[in-house]
Design a protein around this ligand. Sequence first.
Ligand code: PRP
Ligand code: URA
Length: 208
Amino acid sequence: MTGVTVVDHPLVARHLSVLRDRATPSSDFRRRLSDVSMLLLFEALRDLRVREDQLDTPLETTGGMRLADEIVVIAILRAGLGMTDGALRLIPEARVGHLGLYRDEESLQPVGYYESVPRHAADAEIVVVDPMLATGGSAVNAVSRVKRDTSGRLRFVCLVAAPEGLAAMREAHPDVPIWCAAIDRQLDERGYIRPGLGDAGDRIFGTE
Ligand code: PRP
Ligand code: URA
């Protein structure tokens, strides 16, 4: 599918396998999700623009570089929180925004309850993160809300995507490229991704 990149790497696949395993406790789940988020974002940000710079080593002046654009990572709550620590380890310069959304259990429609996006430059690089892209309702809604207030370049990074969610995002936001670790088989009747990894928020925070 155009605009969708599945990050194909043995270490990503190994992290994902551990995350799928129901025997993985929350403490390991959080650490693995943070680590795999770094790998996914590393790929997703490969084309960041840079600016040449000068710096002094202890011995002489040499050429260096800095990131040309401001970077804003926007986590969709709750599960996106599991990706922000990895994002900040990878990009210490980044600032973080939060969008609170939950899926209504009956309608599967996203319901917004919180919004905090830092002010940023008009040409900022914006990365929306959420481990799960299921029906796509949450991601489509989050990206629409971000677009309302920004003209920055947007990307969406998730861990597991359902074909239905990818199709919904491509239709609503064809200008927003997507990175994931896997495209799973299908959604079930309750809107869960199969085989998936269950409810990402519950697994991160030990709620159930
Ligand atoms: C999960 C997940 C996504 C959403 C994906 O959140 O973190 O945000 O579902 O589903 P969708 O693509 O069908 O919208 P959930 O609603 O369970 O909230 P939580 O993260 O607070 O548990
Ligand atoms: N949200 C999750 O956390 N998991 C799914 O499988 C679908 C939506």
